[in-house]
Structures are given as structure tokens and as C-alpha cells.
Design a protein around this ligand. Structure first.
Ligand code: ASP
Length: 331
């Protein structure tokens, strides 16, 4: 059945402890059968930003015991969602202009099954609601009040997610009401996690409170399958963080998976999509976007428009937080 075999070019990036600078890493192109590959680095979990370190620890507890990538990514990002100190995901997330914390999340497994919630309020762990949408309904996406009603019907309870600290920040913002999209490693943005389990199955999860002080009702890329997250178990997985509108415009994560299918390493695929975003936008001032990607061999990559993006990695060989390569320094 050689005609059904799928091939990938395998790069060296996955084994590098530090990814820096703007140029493509030198890659060694080896044709390797993806399916049934026994040499893959697995299990492995990779996540966006510093908060990925703690999220990876939770995921690793599952992956190390031969648990599924799906369980691992859900458990991992729940840690970030429930962390009140984190002001860009779940509890404690910065609100929209009206002072409402509205959450977006999605999850995808190795069978192309996916679930998503958007504009969800007062539920601490939207990723778990997204998983329920995937597993308990015929749908992929529920939004707003409908998503909340569904969550309540599944046993989730409501909670005020606007912490005193987030409320203070919002009140400070109201004094000028100047909307700015500031995304960097200091304000720790969306958590996206991709995992490859012992069985060789991939899954991904992505969850956020979205852009601080957004227009009430705004939904970003994070709950949109193909934009904020995409998984294809034949090839690899990708997820995004940063200005969601820019990611949606280029179908960022799905494209990265397709580029890997065509033979790009995860690093090369992330670089190509960052450059596509740059070329499709007349003004990229402050337009930070970062991608991470993982392939079936457990190789990974990360790249961003601006400096400052980082990725946490956890496997038997690695327990790192690395700086992603990027195209531009901040002025
Ligand atoms: N991608 C998220 C959004 O646009 C924001 C983020 O990553 O911080 O909602």
C-alpha cells in the first residue's frame, strides 16, 4: 500500500534546547514514514508561554502513566484556567470593556473530533465544557448563553471570574478607555497545549479570556478550529496565541498542519505562517502572533511576529521553557 504511505521531512529543531534568531534552522531532510513510526519522541507536551510550565506538569502526570493526549491537554490547560493570578485565561482573566470576563476555548482529538465554546461567562473551566460539546453533542461549537446553559446541564457551576485584581486593572483602563493590543510574555496570553501520547496519538487544547478590553461579544481565534488550534493525527498539530483576528484571517493552525503534511518541519511551518501574517497585513505594529507546532515524531517548533514569545516543553528528554524565534524586535 505504498500509495497510501505518507512522508515527512524531519528537521533537527525538535532536539534544540533553545530556538533563537530569525533565520530558519538548518534542517536535515529525511524521508520518514509518519504512520507507525517507532522512533518518535513520545510522550511529549508543548505549551504556549510561561504558564505552560505548570500546565505541562499536570499534563505530564497523565502522559507519563500512558494516559491519553486528550486527557493530558485538558488537565494541563485547566491549571491555567483556574489560576487567579493569570490575567489572560479563565478565572482572573481581564474583562471586556463592560467589565465582563468572557471565555473562548476548544479541544481536538486524534479522530478529528472537536468541541468548542465561545463568549462563555461565569464558568471556570471552559476547556472541559468544550470537551463535553465534543463528546456529548452532535455539534462542534456552542456560544454565549447557550454554551452556559449547556454547561449547567452538564453539572458545571457558575462562579464570578472577575477577581479584585482584574477589576482594578479594568477600572484603571476605563479612565482613558484607550484600546491597545498588547501581547507579550509579561501579560501571559492564551494557553495552547499540544500533546503526543505513548500510543502515538495527538490532541490539542486552547483556552483564553481573549483580548483585554475587547468589544463585548468579540470572539477571537482560540475557540475556532483551524485558526487557534488544529490537529490531524496523520501529520501533526498546531496552535496559536496573539492577535486572534490575524490568525483567523490566514486559518493559521490548519495551514501549519497542511504545511507539515507537505513536508515542512514544525519550525518551518510556523515560520511560514508568521511570514504569511506579516505579508497579509499592511500594518503589523503591535500585531503579535505566535504559533507552536508538534508533529507525529514529537518534533516541535515555535515562531512569532515579535520577540518575547516562549514555549514550555515536557518529555522524557526535556523539561524546558524556550524562547521562540521571531521576525521583529519591539521598537
Ligand atoms: N488569541 C487570543 C485572542 O485573540 C488572545 C491571546 O492569545 O492572548 O483572543
Amino acid at each position: 500500500m505504498t500509495d497510501r504511505r505518507k512522508f515527512i521531512k524531519v528537521g533537527t529543531i525538535g532536539s534544540l534546547a533553545l530556538i533563537t534568531g530569525t533565520s530558519c534552522q538548518e534542517t536535515e531532510e529525511i524521508k520518514e514514514e509518519i504512520t507507525g513510526n517507532v522512533n518518535a519522541v513520545k510522550p511529549i507536551a508543548i505549551s504556549t508561554w510561561n504558564h505552560g510550565v505548570h500546565a505541562n506538569e499536570a499534563a505530564w502526570k497523565i502522559l507519563a502513566k500512558k494516559g491519553s493526549a486528550l486527557d493530558a491537554v485538558e488537565a494541563g490547560v485547566r491549571v491555567t484556567e483556574s489560576d487567579p493570578e493569570n490575567m489572560s485565561v479563565g478565572l482572573g482573566g481581564l474583562p471586556d470593556r463592560e467589565g465582563k470576563v468572557t471565555l473562548d476555548a476548544c479541544i481536538m482529538n486524534h479522530n478529528n473530533e472537536c468541541g468548542s465554546v465561545a463568549f462563555l461567562q461565569e464558568i471556570e473551566n471552559p476547556i472541559s465544557v468544550a470537551r463535553k460539546v465534543m463528546e456529548e453533542t452532535e455539534h462542534v461549537m456552542l456560544v454565549g448563553e447557550g454554551a452556559k446553559q449547556f454547561a449547567l446541564s452538564q453539572g458545571f457551576t457558575t462562579k464570578n471570574l472577575l477577581t479584585e485584581a482584574a477589576k482594578k486593572e479594568w477600572q484603571k483602563w476605563l479612565e482613558t478607555s484607550q484600546y491597545e493590543t498588547i501581547i507579550n510574555s509579561e501579560n501571559h496570553d492564551t494557553i495552547g497545549m499540544l500533546a503526543l501520547d505513548k500510543e502515538g496519538n495527538l490532541a490539542g487544547a486552547c483556552t483564553t479570556s481573549g483580548m483585554a478590553y475587547k468589544i463585548h461579544g468579540r470572539v477571537g481565534d482560540s475557540p475556532i478550529i483551524g485558526a487557534g488550534l488544529f490537529v490531524d493525527n496523520e501529520v501533526g498539530a498546531a496552535c496559536a496565541t496573539g492577535v486572534g483576528e490575524a490568525v483567523i484571517r490566514v486559518a493559521g493552525s490548519a495551514m501549519i498542519v497542511e504545511l507539515m503534511r507537505q513536508g515542512k518541519t514544525p519550525q518551518e511551518a510556523c515560520e511560514e505562517m508568521v511570514n504569511r501574517i506579516i505579508s497579509k497585513h499592511k500594518n503589523i505594529d503591535g500585531l503579535q502572533v505566535g504559533f507552536i507546532a508538534l508533529n507525529k515524531r514529537g518534533e516541535y517548533g515555535a515562531h512569532s511576529v515579535y520577540a518575547g514569545f516562549n514555549m514550555a516543553i515536557k518529555s522524557n528528554q526535556n523539561d524546558d521553557l524556550i524562547d521562540a524565534s521571531y521576525e521583529n524586535e519591539w521598537d
